[in-house]
Design a protein around this ligand. Structure first.
Ligand code: IVH
Length: 703
């Protein structure tokens, strides 16, 4: 029997880390080379989590060959999993020209400089891929996945002729990132072949590319012509150049395809001109693009700008306007979401918008249907939307289709304004609107089955518990199941035991399940019994607590006991409340919603029941550079002269530190520039270390 992680002493932890490195290393080897896994997927995951938990408790004992840093396959489930050494990010979007100049302003303000040049290049509508080259040889290809962990599609990528197997003049380690896509001509051929063979046709080239790359049989991928443009990189053992444009040029020399419409721009006017030029060529390019990406050209400036949680500050995607289509509105259904919001959904006569058939679209809320916004201002010049109307729908990228406009000339004279329900259609509780809020919400809370089911769906979704084999469909099934009900998150973790205790109606004997799939489901649930704090907080489905906020809160408190105690005692005015608000980005509204959830007896009981089932990992501070300030809490005060406040804060966070707005007993270090006032005094009073800007620059490794 394994010793629980919190009971291990230093020596036991060290021995256990050595053992885990060996077991996981062997499992990886047998998986990759022999294709004969000797431990199950769930066991592998559990060992990896145990390893991470021990490392989180004893960071100094982390091994150079730690399995946490190793790219390794989760076993069995189709493709192996690959932990990206550097996260694969997404891009912030710009739609209007003013968004582009705002971006440029933000960059310059952050850096406090007046001239910045940018690259402009097409945004390819495919799927991104990370290619790892060691000594010039392709050793691994992985999809983006959730940005942290992707799928190992190496064998499939080897069949793509734009992806070189070996590189000319490459650094010892190089990760090339770019887009896999299918040309219009190849897409049409593929669909014609599929149709002739009576197989499924793809809705658009992007789906076709994704479906072709994610084939378990690489021979199928090989038979489908995929292409690849290189446009970015992950880990590199030495820089490819000092600018973005030089790095792209280096890719070209190594043998990659790079997009020929990539140019360097000195001003936002140049950028927008390139956008217009590419937009005009869009129909004749021969492949799908959905916008133009601008990137800060100077890589040292990119480094200074750094990242927000999922997007770089140094790039933006200027999207093309969404595609539009007109169709008839057949019905308006009201869906009740996890926070009780009543959301109107338009049921449409199916219509093709940008290559995808659309039959449902969001109508946002009752004000939107009525033709006004939450402040009473008119939208669509005040035209309301009625059943039977001709409406204009649009799609922008992957987002849910929306209804934009209505054609009054086609309206039936008998059509009546839509009567938005004031009671919840799912549970009959009154649905209220708070002043200033456009959304009407069911007041039923946990008694409303729709809220219960939606919360569970959120609970098992990506970014939250992400339990394999337990998606929206299965959640609905278990929610309604009289024998094996799952009404709240904690029930998921008692499912296996309840199934074992129940001699009749075993899961394996039910429709849609068998011996293996039932066992797999229980194993997948078991694998998530150990969960990092930030994911747990996000999964609780508390209003205003999204993934980013959950991360901030988790880093602020570090551990579940600290978090739970603080939120339980926090009330407006007391110290715990002030401390919660000092976390970066936590405002009154979020604090209110978080504390309400913990103070509500029913919600609290559900949270406690869940926590009792779990091992909750403390958050690991993700420093991007080795640093002396990881885990420390800093406060900046006074004016900084060598970098902006925004840059200082971003730098500190990149080094794993927390930045707080006010000095307290928990502050480790105050950086005081000229004009520092009360905060510096408070630091002196509390005996908190105080340094000036030059000392900070040295500490941040920028001197
Ligand atoms: S740069 C750090 N450049 O767009 C930024 N991305 O919305 C990394 N994409 O996940 C991305 N063309 O799949 C970049 N020329 C281009 C791109 C591009 C397409 C995709 C990529 C990314 C997504 C973000």
């Amino acid at each position: 029997m394994d010793i629980a992680v919190h009971d291990l002493d230093q020596a036991q932890a060290q021995a256990e880390l050595a053992r885990l490195a060996k077991v996981l290393g062997d499992a990886n080897a047998s998986y990759h080379t022999l294709d004969a896994p000797d431990i199950s997927d769930a066991e592998y995951d559990a060992l990896k989590r145990r390893n991470a938990a021990i490392e989180a408790r004893f960071p100094d004992l982390k091994r150079a060959d730690s399995p946490s840093d190793q790219v390794g396959g989760a076993i069995g489930a189709g493709f192996g999993k690959v932990a990206h050494r550097l996260r694969m990010l997404s891009l912030e979007n710009a739609f209007a020209e003013s968004d582009v100049s705002d971006f440029d302003d933000r960059v310059k303000r952050f850096l406090n400089i007046s001239e910045v040049s940018y690259t402009a290049e097409p945004k390819i509508d495919g799927l991104s891929l990370n290619l790892r080259y060691e000594d010039g040889h392709l050793v691994q290809a992985a999809t983006r996945g959730d940005g942290e962990v992707g799928e190992d599609v190496t064998e499939n990528a080897r069949t793509i002729s734009d992806i070189p197997q070996t590189l000319r003049a490459a650094p010892p380690l190089l990760e090339v990132r770019g887009e896999v896509y299918m040309s219009h001509a190849d897409f049409a051929d593929l669909n014609a072949r599929q149709m002739a063979r009576g197989e499924r046709v793809f809705a658009n080239p992007r789906n076709a590319a994704a479906g072709s790359l994610r084939q378990l049989d690489a021979a199928i991928t090989a038979a489908r012509p995929l292409r690849f443009f290189a446009y970015a990189w992950g880990v590199v053992s030495q820089p490819l150049g000092s600018t973005q444009i030089a790095s792209i040029e280096a890719f070209k020399l190594m043998g990659f395809q790079v997009n020929p419409l990539t140019i360097l721009c000195q001003t936002t006017a140049d950028m927008v001109a390139q956008y217009r030029k590419i937009e005009a060529m869009r129909a004749t390019l021969g492949y799908d693009i959905d916008g133009v990406v601008y990137k800060v050209n100077d890589l040292s400036l990119q480094e200074r700008l750094g990242f927000r949680s999922t997007t770089p500050r140094w790039a933006i995607a200027h999207k093309f306007p969404a595609e539009l289509a007109w169709t008839r509105l057949l019905a308006i259904d009201i869906q009740v979401g996890r926070t009780g919001a009543l959301s109107p959904v338009a049921r449409l006569q199916p219509v093709t918008v940008g290559g995808v058939v659309v039959a449902n679209a969001t109508l946002h809320n009752e004000d939107y249907i009525a033709g006004r916004d939450s402040k009473g201002a008119l939208i669509r010049a005040g035209k309301d939307i009625r059943l039977g109307d001709w409406v204009q729908v649009y799609r922008a990228g992957d987002v849910i289709p929306k209804v934009a406009d209505v054609d009054l000339s086609q309206r039936n004279s008998a059509a009546q304004p839509f009567d938005f329900p004031v009671i919840c259609p799912e549970c009959g509780s009154p649905a209220h609107r708070e002043p200033g809020d456009s959304v009407r919400r069911c007041s039923g809370g946990l008694i409303c089955p729709a809220q219960g089911v939606e919360r569970l769906k959120h609970f098992v979704a990506r970014g939250a518990f992400d339990i394999e084999g337990l998606g929206a469909k299965q959640v609905e099934m278990f929610f309604a199941d009289p024998d094996l009900p799952v009404k709240q998150p904690a029930d998921i973790f008692t499912l296996a035991q309840r199934d074992a205790d129940n001699p009749f109606k075993k899961l394996k004997n039910r429709d849609g399940f068998g011996e293996k799939s039932a066992a797999n489901l229980f194993a997948a649930i078991e694998a998530r019994r150990t969960i990092p704090l930030d994911r747990l907080i996000f999964s609780l489905a508390i209003r205003h607590v999204g993934e980013v906020a959950a991360g901030v809160i988790a880093r602020h408190y570090g551990t579940w006991p600290e978090f739970e105690a603080a939120v339980t005692s926090a009330e407006p005015g007391n110290a715990a409340w002030a401390d919660l608000l000092s976390a970066d980005g936590v405002g009154e509204v979020l604090a209110q919603s978080l504390t309400e959830a913990f103070h509500n007896p029913a919600e609290r009981a559900a949270i406690d029941a869940l926590a009792a089932q779990l091992t909750i990992l403390p958050v690991q501070v993700r420093a991007t550079v080795a640093s002396d300030i990881a885990g420390k809490t800093l406060v900046f005060t006074g004016s900084l002269e060598k970098m902006t406040r925004a840059e200082a804060k971003a730098r500190a966070e990149a080094l794993g530190a927390k930045v707080a707005g006010s000095v307290s007993a928990k502050t480790d270090l105050v950086i005081a520039g000229p004009g520092a006032g009360s905060k510096a005094k408070e630091a002196e009073r509390l005996g908190v270390a105080l340094i000036d800007e030059d000392a900070w620059i040295a500490l941040a490794g920028l001197a």
